[in-house]
Write a protein that binds this ligand. Structure first.
Ligand code: BGP
Length: 479
């Protein structure tokens, strides 16, 4: 579309940035906080890059006022963060820890005093270890009650000031990494257990959403889904079928459940034949349908290019590049279904993620036409090595380029007619990358720490900080 003919961003567009509790807060044993599965998992040798953990992270728990002041200076309209379940319920259920409520009250009040809309994620992977120990966490239906109770406690405590709630962050990621790739807790590789746990997570998600709607709280709620749209590598119908398989397997398998309360037929049949399909009761069905989100949260980083993959001798699941050594990842797939392959039109990051701004427009269009829901882009950004110069500047022109191109793609999608509520980039400050340590940086604000030492955790504004400040001031008019 010609630039002049494009729609403008709505005046109430939520320009923002995001984070997650475990990746920024630190203070992992303070003020009554209980331990989460990540507090334990990071202590298993070899599980994270150079053994990094979030014990201190970037110490946001003690520095949130400084961080919010930086958000204010940048002009953010929204800030997405997550609540640590273990601060509210140290054991996952039972007695509320008032100090946990107090902390998030202070943070939310500080944001609102600075005209920044809080976007609150209820679950960004830090499950209370007590629930993992007691009944296996996501593998027990008991978690539906406990998660719903935790969610309701948050709605009651903060719902008078919060208009945007995210229920589960990237269920597809925490389930597949936790029960197949063994790279997140509980580090299991068992397909049947994975799909059973995933179904229970769907129920918990729907139950929290239903509770929110039944309680007539202000605002809206939806899950954040990690969607990497798939393209067929070429016009060969075999590759087109593979790409169709990929979309059902990697995207509709979650989003169809969120919106329509049903699994894609082809995948459910495939799982049934393998003996790994989840058990779905009639009550489950009713709950899934009753828990329809108000918006789709979209975490978009990249696309995948898809080719056919033979059943016998086909490519299986590959490990991820967690070292930042470019070119160390390989094709990954499901034999008989699809595999990912190289796209000659796209460049990659140092962690081998495809750089594809146009893919964001495609993601938005596909979500809009299949689900007809407004979309809140809850994550998008570039993980890169940044260099702190002697004069404390950080010249991250590559990040400026990356985000600028993605904002253009959003503008195209809005011009196409998609309702996009806002854009909270990943991330506001640098933070801990779950499996990649501190060297993979995403923030507008540099935090001076590394894998070896927390140093003084000083904050420095990157070039992208000032650039995004201007984008916000101009409401994305000149890109
Ligand atoms: C998403 C997560 C975030 C964040 C981001 C970047 O999957 O929701 O928490 O970590 O990806 O990923 P990474 O840190 O692996 O580069």
């Amino acid at each position: 579309m010609e630039y002049e003919k494009m729609s403008h961003f709505p005046t109430d567009f939520l320009w923002g940035a995001s984070s997650a509790a475990y990746q920024i807060e630190g203070a992992y044993r303070e003020d009554g906080k209980g331990l989460s599965v990540w507090d334990k998992f990071v202590r298993i040798p070899g599980k994270t890059f150079k053994g990094t953990n979030g014990d201190v992270a970037v110490d946001h728990y003690h520095r949130f006022e400084e961080d919010v002041a930086l958000m204010k200076e940048q002009g953010l309209k929204a800030y997405r963060f997550s609540i640590a379940w273990t601060r509210i319920f140290p054991e996952g259920k039972g007695q509320v820890n008032q100090k946990g409520i107090d902390f998030y009250n202070r943070l939310i009040d500080e944001l609102i005093a600075n005209q920044i809309e809080p976007v609150v994620t209820l679950y960004h992977w830090d499950l209370p270890q007590a629930l993992q120990d007691e009944y296996g966490g996501w593998e027990s239906r008991e978690i539906v009650t406990d998660f719903t109770n935790y969610a309701k406690t948050c709605f009651d405590a903060f719902g008078d000031r919060v208009n945007y709630w995210v229920s589960l962050n990237e269920q597809n990621v925490f389930i597949s990494h936790g029960y197949q790739m063994e790279s997140h807790p509980p580090a299991v590789n068992d397909e049947k257990r994975m799909y059973a746990a995933n179904h229970i997570a769907n129920l918990a998600n729907a139950s929290a959403i239903k509770t929110f709607h039944d309680g007539h709280y202000q605002g809206g709620i939806g899950p954040s889904f990690a969607y990497s749209p798939g393209y067929a590598v070429n016009g060969d119908p075999k590759n087109q079928v593979a790409a169709t398989n990929y979309e059902d397997y990697a995207a509709h398998f979650w989003m169809d459940v969120y919106v329509y309360g049903r699994y894609p037929k082809m995948i459910y049949k495939w799982l049934t034949e393998r003996g790994t399909a989840p058990v779905i009761t009639e009550a489950d069905q009713a709950l899934l349908i009753a828990g329809k989100p108000d918006f789709m949260g979209l975490n978009y980083y990249q696309t995948q290019t898809i080719a056919a993959n033979p059943l016998v001798g086909g490519v299986g699941l590959a490990a991820e590049n967690n070292t930042g050594k470019k070119g160390t990842s390989s094709e990954s797939g499901v034999p008989g279904m699809f595999k990912t392959t190289n796209n000659e039109f796209l460049k990659q990051t140092d962690w081998d993620w495809n750089i594809d701004p146009e893919g964001l427009r495609i993601a938005l269009r596909r979500i809009d036409s299949r689900y007809d829901l407004p979309v809140l882009i809850t994550e998008n950004g570039l993980g890169a090595y940044d260099k702190l110069e002697e004069d404390h500047q950080i010249h991250d022109d590559y990040r400026i380029y990356f985000i600028n191109e993605h904002i253009k793609a959003i503008k195209e999608a809005i011009s196409d007619g998609v309702k996009v509520i806002g854009y909270t980039t990943w991330s506001f400050t640098d933070l801990l990358s779950w499996s990649n340590g501190y060297q993979k940086r995403y923030g507008f604000v540099y935090v001076d720490r590394d894998e070896e030492s927390a140093k003084e955790l000083k904050r420095y504004k990157k070039d992208s900080f000032y650039w995004y400040q201007k984008v916000i001031q101009e409401n994305g008019r000149y890109l």
